[in-house]
Design a protein around this ligand. Structure first.
Ligand code: UFG
Length: 342
């Protein structure tokens, strides 16, 4: 058995897929999750897929005392992967304080615990949103960060800045920030996937919910962007590819292969697809006609975002393998499974 890794938000969408990949690579895992936007069922699913039940601590990381207690219990943790955060863009515009409180207090409490318990390795779940409206495409890690449109996005940018300061001041702390583009897809088993609370904000869960009959139609937010078909272009990435990158990042820190105390990597495929292309591919892959209507633009959407992938390929030796059809097929399998359950 390799080292013990703490995964905050490990019952959630990206977290649960990452726990599976960690277990498959021989790591022991401890999930810390308050289950505010995830389910304890993920634990059983992880066990069903891997044969291993992760340790589990139901804790809200915004509570400093409780956060310290988990570290006191798991003193042998060698690295922390921090996913736990609120993530709904629209909700963050309405309740910015809730977002700053939750997302930043939890980070600060974790970093304080890392300092106290001398845990030297930290992986942060960041987002392409830190680039704001990029001036160059594809987006490289050298692109200057900009103030993101939403308070949610800003919590990611501020968190990276906090990490940068803390890593500089600490004698022994190394961190990697992974900037995700648009994660979609689900585990091939169909046992875990994305399950948004209420009305989905994001394109893929909205599409699958329309196709399965929960929502009437997809609203396409604008077809007058300066792109090939007028709809915005995004870099969709399979969540399992994304999860694997986290395992590689953890190993990079554990084996002290990092070249700076704080490193940043984009995680995308480098390939952009428009909203219409996603809809057409969905219809083709699932043989289902999708009900949709073009409506006005959504505030804050940028025309095009796709990643330069060279740095992750060179330094992490990681490259996304799964294409759009595989992403869509797995999202669809998951949606059908989860609804079949009742
Ligand atoms: N879209 C629709 N209809 C919908 C939902 C989305 O047309 O019902 C379109 C959006 O306009 C956009 C594309 O589908 O062009 C993708 O939208 P998503 O909401 O799925 O993804 P975003 O690129 O807007 O959001 C992602 C992450 C956020 C992050 C943001 C900014 O999900 O966490 O990128 O980088 F903040």
């Amino acid at each position: 058995m390799k080292s013990k890794i703490m995964v905050t938000g490990g019952c959630g969408y990206i977290g649960s897929h990452t726990v599976i990949e960690l277990i498959k690579s021989g790591f022991e895992t401890v999930i810390v999750d308050d289950l505010s936007n995830s389910s304890e069922k993920s634990l059983d699913r992880i066990q069903e897929i891997t044969g291993v039940l992760p340790h589990f601590e139901k804790v809200d990381l915004a509570n400093q005392e409780k956060t310290m207690k988990i570290f006191k219990k798991h003193t042998d943790v060698k690295a922390v992967i921090h996913f736990a955060a609120h993530k709904a863009v629209g909700e963050s515009v309405e309740q910015p304080l809730m977002y700053y409180q939750n997302n930043l207090f939890s980070l600060i409490n974790l970093l304080s615990a890392l300092e106290k318990y001398r845990i030297p390795n930290f992986i942060f779940s960041s987002s392409a949103t830190v680039y704001g409206i990029p001036t160059n495409l594809p987006i490289t890690e050298d692109e200057a960060t900009q103030r993101p449109f939403s308070p949610y996005g800003n919590t990611k940018k501020v968190a990276e800045e906090i990490l940068d300061d803390v890593v500089k001041s600490a004698a022994n702390l190394n961190a990697i920030s992974l900037r995700y583009f648009n994660p979609i897809g689900a585990h091939e088993s169909g046992l875990i996937g994305e399950l948004p609370n209420g009305i989905p904000n994001n394109l893929m869960p909205y599409i699958t919910q329309v196709a399965v009959g929960i929502r009437e139609k997809l609203m396409v937010f604008g077809n007058d962007y300066p792109t090939k078909d007028g709809t915005p272009i995004r870099d969709y990435i399979h969540v399992v590819d994304l999860a694997k990158a986290h395992v590689i990042a953890v190993e990079r820190l554990l084996n002290q292969q990092n070249e700076a105390a704080f490193e940043y990597f984009n995680l995308g495929t480098g390939k952009g697809y428009s909203v219409f292309e996603v809809i057409r591919t969905f219809e083709e892959v699932t043989k289902t006609k999708l009900n949709y209507e073009v409506t006005s633009r959504r505030a804050g959407d940028v025309p095009q975002l796709y990643a330069a992938t060279n740095l992750a390929e060179k330094k992490l030796k990681w490259k996304a393998k799964k294409g759009l059809k595989e992403m869509i097929a797995s999202s669809w399998k998951w949606e059908q499974n989860v609804r079949g359950e009742g």
